[in-house]
Design a protein around this ligand. Structure first.
Ligand code: DGL
Length: 270
């Protein structure tokens, strides 16, 4: 069976590109449509109800391309909309919180797991709930880090102020002696070198990207939806924000040229 329909992937901005990079690595044959809602980013400090509405708008747009699967490559939108999205759409919808939780559970040796994320992700307690559903004996401490997303979106990763902000927000988790830290926002892997430097090599950093791509691959295989056609895959990237800024960050992260199209938010109200 050969299913050439694209996989739909979205985030509030460039963070979901961390998941895209893993999809390119693990599923190189797949066609893909990405939407970054940069104009309305960050989602992380908005009311969850609004994040859910935005997420549905994007998923409806992705379905216009006939996507065979949707990956919510955003922890905030996963926390706010995944369970409803699964009922609303006929195609499989995948979030990043379950895969990230699983990866952390298998990585921890001391049973002390830290989670960093946006205010919405941390306030919904989605990670702690998911981890405890699988293994109630583990200790989970969480910390919201609101400045991290703007740092990544503005592309100011390598500045002394960034290191200072990272050190300040991670200090409470260091005091809790965690051995594993979930990067519970898809923007954060872009800050990985700074986070690792602040925490030291003894703390393992978990990005849900790898595990999410693996899960996508399993689901597609199970449902006979993998694209085993030999044609060069087509990848399309849309942003509601600045196309140049998006393509600069995307090209650096993905290591290849990225043509970016506009997703017109105004068309939504028509
Ligand atoms: N990248 C998103 C996440 O994984 C959200 C960033 C934001 O818009 O606040 O949570």
């Amino acid at each position: 069976m050969n299913s050439r329909e694209p996989i739909g992937v979205f985030d509030s901005g460039v963070g979901g590109l961390t998941v895209v990079k893993e999809i390119f690595r693990q599923l190189p044959q797949e066609n893909l449509i990405y939407v970054g809602d940069n104009a309305r980013c960050p989602y992380g400090s908005r009311p969850p109800q609004q994040v859910r509405e935005f997420a549905f708008e994007i998923m409806d747009f992705l379905l216009e391309f006939g996507v065979k699967m949707i990956i919510i490559a955003c922890n905030t939108a996963t926390a706010a909309s995944l369970s409803e999205a699964k009922n609303r759409y006929a195609v499989p919808v995948l979030g990043v919180i379950t895969p990230g939780s699983r990866a952390a559970i298998s990585a921890t040796r001391t049973g002390r797991i830290g989670v960093i994320g946006t205010e919405v992700t941390v306030s919904t307690g989605a990670y702690a709930r998911e981890i405890h559903r699988i293994n109630p004996r583990l200790q989970v401490v969480s910390q919201a880090c609101p400045p991290f997303v703007p740092i990544v979106e503005e592309g100011t990763i390598h500045s002394p102020q960034t290191e200072q902000a990272v050190a300040q927000y991670l200090a409470p988790l260091q005091r809790e002696m965690i051995d594993t830290l979930i990067l519970g926002c898809t923007h954060y892997p872009l800050l990985q070198p700074v986070i690792q430097k602040v925490l030291g090599e003894q703390v393992q950093l978990i990005s849900s990207a790898e595990e999410t791509a693996r899960e996508a691959s399993l689901i597609l295989a199970e449902r006979n939806l993998l694209n085993d056609h030999n044609m060069r895959p087509v990848h399309r990237f849309f942003t509601s924000g600045d196309r140049n800024l998006f393509s600069r960050i995307a090209e650096r992260w993905l290591g290849q040229p990225v043509a970016v199209e506009s997703w017109d938010l105004q068309a939504l109200s028509k």
